[in-house]
Each structure stands twice: as structure tokens, then as C-alpha cells.
Design a binder for this molecule. Structure first.
Ligand SMILES: C[S@@+](CC[C@H](N)C(=O)[O-])C[C@H]1O[C@@H](n2cnc3c(N)ncnc32)[C@H](O)[C@@H]1O
Length: 226
């Protein structure tokens, strides 16, 4: 008899996509990547590895990068909340950069926006697709690292609304973002940056006129492009 446990079906589907995107057999995926939970924050559900610490440990042991994508950070949750309170009009072309688990994209898609959620980590892209599906909204996902795929992403644009939550945590990221992000926004469009008041964000923002909704834990910066 087929197994109808939805968590097992989710795990099976994720395992196929994660392995395909990594270009490895499923047996080589770290166990903590597939030990998953479905959780809720605010108005959205998400699926993520159950233990971020264990995944970080396993990825570190394999010489892979820290899986920053694998937990919802306060900035992503805060930006999702802001979009829930003030949703984009239906049909808005939305791009999320460094989406991780893509909660802001869920809110934009729920409002009827056309959403492309992207991340430089292939694992994030597979999870983001499942988070969109879990919330019963339609959106595209793509593997996009700004350092290598910037021009290809510009060619897919422009976008009316570009979203980025907690992606300016290194100086290199902030410099790459300052060069790329404005090229992605359509004339009259907006870039929303949610950030936990990091130095990298201050470095990025000094290049642009912006409005800030300050917060103790998360500030949201709006940049408008003529
Ligand atoms: C701290 S996490 C934030 C995740 C999510 N936005 C949130 O707030 O919950 C940073 C995210 O940016 C992504 N990222 C970092 N550098 C990137 C780059 N150069 N290109 C694309 N994504 C990048 C990481 O893979 C990760 O998902």
C-alpha cells in the first residue's frame, strides 16, 4: 500500500530535487538536510531542516558553506509581515534575492504578484519551491548567485518590486548588491531591503537615497528608482 504520510511525500520530493540540483545521488545528501519539519510563522507555513545546528555541523564536516538559507531569519519574517500588511498589487513583477525559505515571496504571491524567488544556494531553491507549494501559491524559483548570474538575471527583468532580506552580511555582498540590485528594478519600481541593522547594510545604503522604517531588530529600507 502506498505511504500517504504527507511529510514523507514532501521528503521524497525534496530529496529528488536536492540531489538533482547538487548533481549527486540521494544517498550522498547530508541526513540533517532531509530530517525536515513543517512549521508556521505569522501567516505562512514553511518546511525546513529540523535542526539548523546539526545541518551546519554536517555541512561543515563536508567542507561545504554554512547553510544560512535553512532557517527563517528575523529580516525574512519581518519583510513577509510588511508585505502581508501592505501587499503589492496583483500582477506586480516581484523578484526576491537571497530568498532562503522565501517567506516574503509567499506573501507577494498570495497577493497575486508574479514571483521569482532566487538564492545562491541550490538547496534553498528546492526548499523555496516547496514552501511556495505548501502555502498553495504559485511562484517560480531559480538558482541565482549575484557574483556569477547577475547579467542573466538582469536579462530576465526588470522587476517592479525587488525584495532582499538579510543578504548584506559581508562587505563583498554589499558591494556586489550595490552594483547589481539597481539594474534589476524597473523605472518607477522599488527595492525593499530588510536588515538586522548590520554594517554591511549601512555600507550599501550610503550609495542610494532611501527611506527607512527603523526597528530594534529589523529595519526596512525602501529605495525608489525613477
Ligand atoms: C541570512 S540568510 C537570509 C535568508 C532569508 N532571506 C531570510 O531572511 O530568512 C542569507 C541568504 O542570502 C543568500 N546569499 C548570500 N550570498 C548570496 C549571493 N551572492 N547570491 C545569492 N544569494 C546569496 C544565502 O544563500 C542565504 O539564503
Amino acid at each position: 500500500m502506498p505511504n500517504t504520510d504527507p511529510l514523507i511525500a514532501l521528503r521524497t520530493s525534496l530529496a529528488e530535487q536536492l540531489a538533482a540540483l547538487r548533481g549527486v545521488p540521494e544517498s550522498e545528501l547530508p541526513p540533517a538536510l532531509l530530517d525536515i519539519s513543517v512549521r508556521r510563522v505569522g501567516q505562512a507555513y514553511y518546511v525546513c531542516p529540523s535542526s539548523w545546528e546539526q545541518l551546519r555541523h554536517e555541512e561543515g564536516g563536508a567542507g561545504r558553506p554554512v547553510p544560512y538559507w535553512a532557517r527563517p531569519w528575523p529580516s525574512g519574517v519581518g519583510l513577509a509581515g510588511a508585505l502581508y500588511d501592505d501587499p503589492p498589487p496583483a500582477g506586480t513583477r516581484v523578484l526576491e534575492l537571497g530568498c532562503g525559505l522565501a517567506l516574503p515571496s509567499v506573501m507577494a504571491a498570495r497577493a497575486g504578484a508574479t514571483v521569482l524567488a532566487t538564492d545562491g544556494a541550490t538547496d534553498a531553491v528546492a526548499f523555496a519551491a516547496h514552501v511556495l507549494a505548501l502555502n498553495d501559491v504559485v511562484g517560480e524559483v531559480a538558482h541565482v548567485d549575484w557574483s556569477t548570474h547577475g547579467n542573466a538575471l538582469v536579462a530576465r527583468g526588470p522587476f517592479d518590486l525587488v525584495l532582499a532580506a538579510d543578504v548584506l552580511y559581508t562587505r563583498a555582498n554589499a558591494d556586489a548588491a550595490a552594483e547589481l540590485f539597481p539594474r534589476l528594478v524597473a523605472p518607477g519600481g522599488r527595492l525593499l531591503i530588510a536588515d538586522p541593522n548590520r554594517a554591511g547594510a549601512a555600507h550599501f545604503l550610503q550609495h542610494f537615497e532611501h527611506e527607512t522604517e527603523p526597528g530594534k531588530d529589523v529595519s526596512i529600507h525602501t529605495l525608489r528608482f525613477g
